[in-house]
Structures are given as C-alpha cells and as structure tokens.
Design a protein around this ligand. Structure first.
Ligand SMILES: Nc1ncnc2c1ncn2[C@@H]1O[C@H](COP(=O)(O)OP(=O)(O)O)[C@@H](O)[C@H]1O
Ligand SMILES: [Mg+2]
Length: 257
C-alpha cells in the first residue's frame, strides 16, 4: 500500500520543504520508491530538487484544476534515484480563487490521487504551503498521515491550536487522517529554550510522539542551493544522519500498522 504523508504546518520556515526533500531522500536510500508532490506556489521543493519550473508544460496547478489531467501527465523524474516529483508552479497561487467555483473544491487532490494508480510508489510525500487555505485543506483531506515539522520556538506552539481545530473540522471529510507526530527541526541542542519547548510540546500533546530531531545546521540551506538533498550533498553531516533516522522511524511505524 502506498502511504500518503504530508509535511504540514501553516507557519512558514519550519523546514517543511527541507524535510519533504530529505525524508524522501532517506526513504529512497532505503530502497523505497517515492513520489513527492509540491503544493506550495513558491515551488521551493521543485526548484530544490532541480526541476526547471520556468519551462514546465504542466504542473500540480493543472492537476488540481483540469479534470482531464491525470497524475501520470504531471509526474517528472528527478536527479535523485528513486524520487519523482509532481512539480509546482507560481500559477498555483491563483488556484485558491479558481477553486471557489469548483464543486467539492476541498476534494480535488483527493479525487486525483484516488483515481490514480500509485502502485509504482511506496510513499507519496507532500510539501505544503505556509497557510491554512483551500490548498492546505485539499492536502489534509487527501492524506493518510500528517507529520508536523515544528521549530522549538514559543510562537510555534501558538499556531498548533488552529491547525488541530482545522483537522477536527475536516475529520468528516477524512475520518482516517492520522497525525503521526511532531518533527522538531532546526533544533539547537544546547539551547535551553529549544529543550523547554520540546518538553512543553510533549506535555501538551502526550499522545503525539516526537520524531527524531533535526539539528540546526547551515547544511540544510546549502544543499537547497546545490539543488539536491543533504543526504547527497553532505552524506556524513549530522543533518543527513538525522533525516536517515526519520526515514527509519517512519518505516518502523509502517511495520506496526
Ligand atoms: N536543519 C536546519 N538548520 C538550519 N536551517 C535550516 C534547517 N532546515 C532548513 N533550514 C532553513 O530554514 C529555512 C526554511 O526552511 P524550509 O524548508 O524552506 O521551510 P518551510 O518549507 O517550512 O517554509 C530555509 O532557509 C532552510 O534552508
Ligand atoms: Mg516550504
């Protein structure tokens, strides 16, 4: 069974894109076949993975808004073995308005994924926009599992309330949605503040596990500029090792199901 997992947090800069890319790379390293879907109009994941966004014929925008476009039409290979992508495009910013006139506008992504043959993939990993909008709702309705990348910072906890309210509201549309847990990112290990926040997170959400933490490191930013993953760019770095731990953690969880 293909597992459909989104990295979602409506707050920007929580390393959703970096995590989607590097967890995909970690799973691919383990021999898993991964499809990534970029649902952020900023197309950061698409660019980071090496897609020539300016010259795309079709993108995730067409997939969402044109009923005749199937996922097979928009999948592109990447330079990382084992990873394909449905790239994004700045046009996606207009989808918010255009979807207003579409019947079942919250279910467009779900319909496209359900009608597709995803058998070639073990995982579909979705990168999300930093917003709680129609695109985000489409993501939350379409996925099986949600990973919440979170920076250990006081403001990070505040946005979680709205996120969980939204998840509760859409539970009618996606009753099986499973929140996998929090992925602490950009964690400064010697920072008291960061450690306190992680403790608070565990206290406030005792039922939700913390995934292996990703340390704060310039390697994350550097690899994006190199248009590849940290696992390729700096395979021995602590960030690469941490993302490998996250890949293993997710795989273990699959064995439990
Ligand atoms: N482990 C890390 N340490 C330091 N900087 C990071 C790390 N991971 C990501 N970054 C940087 O943080 C910024 C936000 O990351 P990004 O993945 O784009 O977040 P989001 O997609 O949630 O907006 C980027 O500049 C990225 O290079
Ligand atoms: Mg992003």
């Amino acid at each position: 069974m293909t597992r459909i997992i989104a990295f979602f947090n409506q707050k920007g800069g929580t390393a959703k894109t970096t995590s989607t890319l590097n967890v995909a790379a970690a799973l691919a390293e383990r021999g898993q076949r991964v499809l990534t879907i970029d649902l952020d109009p900023q197309a950061s994941l698409s660019m980071a993975i090496g897609t020539d966004v300016a010259h795309l014929q079709q993108s995730v925008y067409d997939l969402l808004l044109d009923e005749d476009v199937t996922i097979a039409d928009v999948i592109q290979p990447t330079t990382i073995a084992g990873i394909d992508i449905v790239p994004s495009h700045p046009d996606l910013a207009a989808a918010e308005l255009e979807l207003l006139n579409v019947l079942e506008r919250e279910r467009q992504l779900d319909h496209r994924l359900k009608s597709a043959d995803l058998g070639a993939y073990d995982y579909v990993l979705i990168d999300s926009p930093p917003a709680l909008n129609i695109i985000s709702i489409n993501i939350l309705v379409a996925i099986d599992e949600l990973v919440i990348p979170i920076e250990p910072h006081p403001l990070s906890l505040m946005v979680l309330k709205r996120l969980f309210e939204t998840i509760r509201k859409i539970s009618r549309l996606n009753p099986d949605l499973k929140v996998v847990g929090f992925l602490p990112t950009k964690v400064h290990h010697s920072s008291r503040l960061a450690q306190d926040m992680l403790v608070q997170l565990e206290e406030q959400f005792p039922q939700l596990p913390l995934l292996p933490s990703i340390p704060l490191s310039v390697r994350g930013a550097e690899s994006t500029a190199e248009r590849t993953s940290v696992l390729q760019y700096m395979p021995k770095s602590n960030v690469a090792a941490a993302y490998r731990d996250v890949g293993a953690w997710l795989e273990e969880r699959n064995d439990d199901r």
